[in-house]
Design a protein around this ligand. Sequence first.
Ligand code: PLP
Length: 446
Amino acid sequence: MSSKPSVPNSLNEHWMPFSSNKDFKANPRLIVEAKGVYLKNHQGQTQIDASSGLFCNPLGHGREEIIDAITNQLKTLDYAQPFQQGFGGSFELATRISKHTPGNLNRMFYTICGSTAVETAIKISVAYHRARGDSQRFRFVGRERAYHGMNIGATSVGGMVNNVKTFASVLMPGVVHMRHTHLPEHKFISGQPETGVELAEDLERICSNFGAENIAACIVEPIAGSTGTLVPPKGYLQRLREICDKHGILLIFDEVITGWGRTGSPFASQEYGVTPDLMTMAKATTNGISPMGVVACKEEIYDTIVDNAPKGSIELFHGYTYSGIPISVAAALAVQDIFEKDDIFNRAKNLTPYFQEGLFSLKDIDVVDNIRGYGMMGGIDIKMDKKPGAAGLTCFKHCYEAGVNFKATGDCLIIAPMFICEKKHIDEIIEKLRTGITNYSKSKKN
Ligand SMILES: Cc1ncc(COP(=O)(O)O)c(C=O)c1O
């Protein structure tokens, strides 16, 4: 048996994703163990996980129920190719997911991750319009400061400039972006801003400028997560829904982050009372342990595509080798059990006021420029230092040293505690954030 070293001999060969490889390799941060809300790094330091990994482990690390479910699944059926055949688990999981999805979004297409879920939602939108005899709709509307993943489709509808500028020449044609919803007056607001609903009119303008009849779908994250918890202004999502209905445009909610309880409701859709036509999920679906994405579709979308295909033929020419594979399904079913057994969504809702209060208590630190929060998610903007991103990375390193682990995007610290946290864990996260951010501030003065 080969045992894998926790500290490898060479760091050269692995090209790390979304990382400053040179900076990391000069001073690596390796995580060697994870249990509950804690991580241990290669220097033996215990850290509290303040972002549920990448928003994906809300039930904590090392959950025995999930490990057992995966182990048992591997012993009976490790893999079954998913085309023109199936296995029971994926159907059972789809039924269980449909109990939580809003409206009649009761048809589930499995993918590998969030990016492939978004890509699939894009393709289903086109296939749906085509199946009802409307092949003209090729345009997609995204939004500035959106993150939808990193394949070509998801990158195209996304709106983070560093993610798109290198690849501009190969992005999907026909994509138009609405403005993001963060206004200068949105300072230190917990919950939905009162101002900014008019930003939804960007969609109406795009309809006028490009022809609504050419637009297949509009995709938004109900709360933009990766760019630092940009919470929708009151009435904004409702207005998008109205404009989409008026013009026959599909509305896609990307709930890869907001799905499965992050807002305190199963999905942000229910939290804000707006039902999309398609909804993506990933991350917490398996507690982040095994890759899986899902696109939940309205029944009439499925019916239109399936009923209009020639009898006996494949209805949607799309799928992945790892669409709904047994190991991910087993993890997701175990996650569903935990959601129910531990009343997880209510747990997240009940913990929200305590977390939000702690988060906003950091506003007095001089380098903190802004804080936003909703449910169990928050973003802390650190004042820019010379160029965008420098302050965020340096501040993240100080926090890492202080024993709190999370991700920074640009100059924003992304905070998303696990739902299994107790109040003492929230206290620890906030205290260590205070130490790390304050140490960063002091380092700027020295
Ligand atoms: C809203 C949203 N959509 C899609 C994705 C892409 O997911 P993945 O990294 O699993 O491909 C992410 C990842 O953070 C996300 O936040």
